[in-house]
Design a protein around this ligand. Sequence first.
Ligand code: NDP
Ligand code: 8X3
Length: 257
Amino acid sequence: RSPHAEEVVFITGATSGIGRATAWQFARAGYRLVLTGRRAACLEELSEQLRENFEQLEVQTLSFDVRNKEEIDAALAKLPESWSNIDILINNAGLAKGRGPIHEGKIEDWETMIDTNLKGLLYLSRAISPIMVQNKKGFIINIGSIAGKEAYSDGNVYCATKAALDMLTKGMRLDLHRYGVRVAAIHPGHVETEFALVRFDGDEEKAKIYDDFTPLRAEDVAETIFFVASRPERVNIQDLLLFANQQASAAVIDRSG
Ligand code: NDP
Ligand code: 8X3
């Protein structure tokens, strides 16, 4: 039996990319998983694949939009009582919409990014952190971005949401550390996932941003998340930046292939 068999990890954005790869990491280590995202069919497919690979795995799926507080509350209410003690919350659901200068920005895209990357993270954290405070233990890991550490041209609002996530992580840690609850942020550079396709509304040509260098894989970030989450309780890796070897900063990338 896994030493983590009693621990519940709650992952937002588990239907693809980093969140999905993170689900595999925690499943392998024998945690109990709550997998969430809007695409219910992807969650079912993932949980089936995980169950096929890990016989003992206990997994719940909850489909909701992180922008909708009522949907979140209704989904959480569906969790069986024995799953209510959530040990690890991974706030990973997020996206960029569009890329362009501020004076041409689409208000709707800005609202989507702010509502998803910030308000969604806040709703989930507000719903789940009281359980952790009560238990005097827990871990919240927020997935930020290099975009929150450095602004880049035409990234304005996406960068701002990730910079706010960075500050929110610091504030949450100050509030929660006295209850033994750890809070950390992990900030990746480019990772090849559905991110670019979502950013450019499914335009495959525009989404070809990884052709001339080797970006991070979702698994690289998932391994890092797992490493941070699985340190002994006395340790908190508060803030972690990781890049592909060919990326040196938000905009400096060796694109020689
Ligand atoms: P993907 O597009 O592959 O995955 C994004 C996930 O977020 C999906 O599972 C999606 O699920 C979920 N999501 C998006 N909007 C919502 C919503 N409104 N409600 C619920 N879930 C939602 O991208 P990544 O895996 O790359 O992105 C994961 C995180 O990593 C994001 O926060 C992103 O900003 C961050 N990041 C990504 C980088 C990259 O280069 N890829 C670099 C740095 C950070 P569904 O559509 O089913 O709802
Ligand atoms: C995703 C990485 O550089 O496209 O956060 O913003 S970047």
